[in-house]
Design a protein around this ligand. Structure first.
Ligand code: MF3
Ligand code: CO
Length: 247
């Protein structure tokens, strides 16, 4: 758990993440390339006095991970242009005075009621998980809430990739799977920083690593979605640090 001063730095880091994510989602239009969106994010983060958290990942030099359609996570931004019908996920993390926050969101270009329902369920699973991030609960309470919502919607949670603690580093203990059993796992305490992630697919839950060595895709070519927020565990409710909708 973080002291007040550290929580203040996490809040500032989170507000930069939120503004950068808003910028990325607004900028993700047909004809724009993934690298252009990465550049938008990078400029926004630097303008706000933050640094790129992903630079702390050995071998990675981008501000974001961008995944489209059957790609699920860890997509390296490329020259690929977005097109109407694309399901686009932008994942980014900020480091501010050494404190990390991590967030991701998925949007649809155009209209498609099947994909819109897929996104609605994933977003709701994230809010369900966040609702469980209160002191006295356990990691399994978050996981079980996510699993219930995703599977209740007829979709599948990816097993291989998980949420995580966040703060001093981008990835810290505990791991926060999107499936689990309520009442099990690490006890949550007020002030813990958690990156809660819903990583799910419209088809099978299996993912395969792409030939670039980074990007995970669905094994069956179905669509993948990604919703992630960094929160501080609270007494009565979690404090969401990276809410781009209010940035
Ligand atoms: N945001 C990803 C996660 O959710 C991490 C991506 S790190 C990368 O934890 F730099 F390798 F892409
Ligand atoms: Co993360």
């Amino acid at each position: 758990a973080r002291n007040n001063y550290e929580q203040g730095l996490m809040r500032k880091s989170g507000s930069i993440s939120a503004k950068a994510l808003r910028r990325a989602l607004e900028g993700s239009k047909a004809g724009v390339t993934e690298l252009e969106v990465d550049q938008l994010v990078q400029r926004e983060i630097y303008k706000l006095g933050g640094d790129l958290s992903y630079k702390t990942v050995p071998g990675y030099k981008y501000a974001t991970c961008i995944t489209v359609n059957d790609e699920v996570v860890h997509g390296i931004p490329t020259e690929r242009q977005f097109a109407i019908g694309d399901l686009i996920s932008v994942d980014l993390a900020v480091m501010y005075k050494g404190w990390h926050t991590d967030c991701a969101w998925t949007v649809l270009l155009g209209k498609d009621s099947e994909k819109e329902n897929f996104l609605k369920v994933g977003e709701q699973a994230l809010w369900d998980g966040i609702e469980k991030a209160i002191s006295g609960n356990r990691v399994g309470d978050i996981s079980a809430a996510i699993q219930k919502r995703v599977e209740g919607g007829g979709y599948n949670v990816v097993r291989r990739l998980v949420g995580h603690g966040v703060g001093r580093s981008l990835h810290e203990d505990p791991q926060i799977p999107g499936v689990g059993v309520a009442g099990k796992g690490m006890l949550l305490k007020s002030g813990m920083g958690l990156a809660i992630e819903v990583i799910y697919t419209l088809g099978k839950k299996d993912v395969v690593l792409g030939s670039d060595g980074w990007t995970f895709k669905t094994s069956d070519g179905s669509w993948g979605g990604l919703f992630e927020m960094t929160v501080l565990v609270g007494q009565k409710q979690a404090e969401i640090l990276t809410d781009w909708r209010q940035a």
